[in-house]
Write a protein that binds this ligand. Structure first.
Ligand SMILES: Nc1ncnc2c1ncn2[C@@H]1O[C@H](COP(=O)(O)OP(=O)(O)OP(=O)(O)O)[C@@H](O)[C@H]1O
Ligand SMILES: [Mg+2]
Length: 299
């Protein structure tokens, strides 16, 4: 598969603070590429650089075959971008917002009408065309913002936390739309804090402190990052116990997961030792992406 984005040591500093440090990424044509990482990790900064909105401090990148430093305008014209604080016009209707963005992205006038209709269908906004945006709920607004971002039919789309603050049903619907785009050959780079969405990405990059910690498929990350024997432990006072258990010599890691503890043991045989110490039967579990996330965020 061809690479649509390649970055070489892409770096951005704000004064002395390095927000993105020597990022090396390859994103393939047609994949859904997830960007994960704690708040402040540098995800939005990286995306803003790749969109040509923010100048890198150092490093280079090719986006859609264009040079990020010298062909910014070409890149900006060819991509779709939905920012974390997406901008819709509250006093305009659904249709009017789409018409406005069709103008911004220079969709030919004779195509504008059919393109607006296409976006309304794609975003499941049928029946709300004349509704003023201020009256729409969060999920509808987000789908409209996506429609506005891709009305020019870009082959590369950047979505920065497109599903924050909406219900699970809306999030699911939104991700189905993303998957539909990818099935039609669109490359989607999406940031999310939701593990169910991360699971639906072809590959994930995990960023922490501005650095790329790991990038791979969800399955490979689970296999390669969680090394050892993972168990779930239903201790009654998880919050008080976590430090004590993590200090045990055969425990690589101990993290809170809801009311339970996930304990990474060095060997399967350590499960018996853990039972003796805690009086609770450890239950073997397969690692989830959340385990990967917590482990990488700690390292
Ligand atoms: N214009 C700016 N000036 C100074 N610091 C900035 C600027 N933009 C971002 N930063 C800092 O860079 C770091 C990375 O920010 P960024 O918004 O990229 O994180 P993020 O991974 O998108 O986080 P979140 O998950 O909260 O959206 C943060 O510490 C932020 O405060
Ligand atoms: Mg962000």
């Amino acid at each position: 598969m061809e690479d649509i984005i390649v970055t070489h040591d892409l770096t951005r500093s704000f004064g002395k603070f390095v927000a993105v440090s020597k990022l090396n990424l390859n994103i393939r044509c047609g994949e859904i590429y997830g960007f994960l990482g704690p708040n402040g990790a540098g995800k939005s900064t990286a995306i803003r650089m790749l969109c040509g909105i923010l100048q890198p401090t150092s490093g280079t990148a090719q986006v859609l075959g264009y040079d990020l430093l010298n062909e910014t305008e070409k890149i900006k014209r060819k991509i779709g971008y939905m920012s974390q604080k997406f901008s819709l016009y509250d006093d305009l209707s659904v249709e009017e917002n789409l018409e406005f963005y069709a103008g911004v992205y220079e969709v030919p006038l004779k195509e504008s009408k059919s393109r607006v209709a296409e976006m309304i269908e794609m975003a499941n906004l049928t029946g709300r065309e004349k509704e003023v945006v201020a009256n729409l709920s969060g999920g509808w607004k987000q789908r409209l913002a996506l429609g506005c971002a891709i009305i020019s039919r870009p082959s590369l789309v950047f979505l920065d936390e497109p599903t924050s603050g909406v219900s699970p049903t809306s999030r699911r619907m939104f991700f189905n739309i993303i998957q539909g785009l990818a099935n039609n050959g669109v490359t989607v780079m999406v940031t999310t804090h939701f593990m169910d969405e991360a699971e639906r990405c072809n590959r994930i990059a995990f960023i922490s402190g501005g650095r790329l910690m790991a990038t791979d498929t969800p399955d490979n990350l689970k296999k390669n990052i969680i090394r050892g024997y993972l168990v779930e432990l239903a201790v009654p006072d998880a919050l008080e116990q976590v430090g004590r258990i993590e200090a045990l010599p055969y425990v690589s890691e101990c993290n809170i997961h809801g009311p339970l503890l996930h304990v990474l043991l060095e060997h399967e045989s350590n499960a018996a030792d853990l039972r003796t110490v805690t009086g609770v039967e450890p239950k073997m579990i397969t690692p989830s992406l959340e385990d990967v996330f917590v482990t990488l965020a700690k390292s």
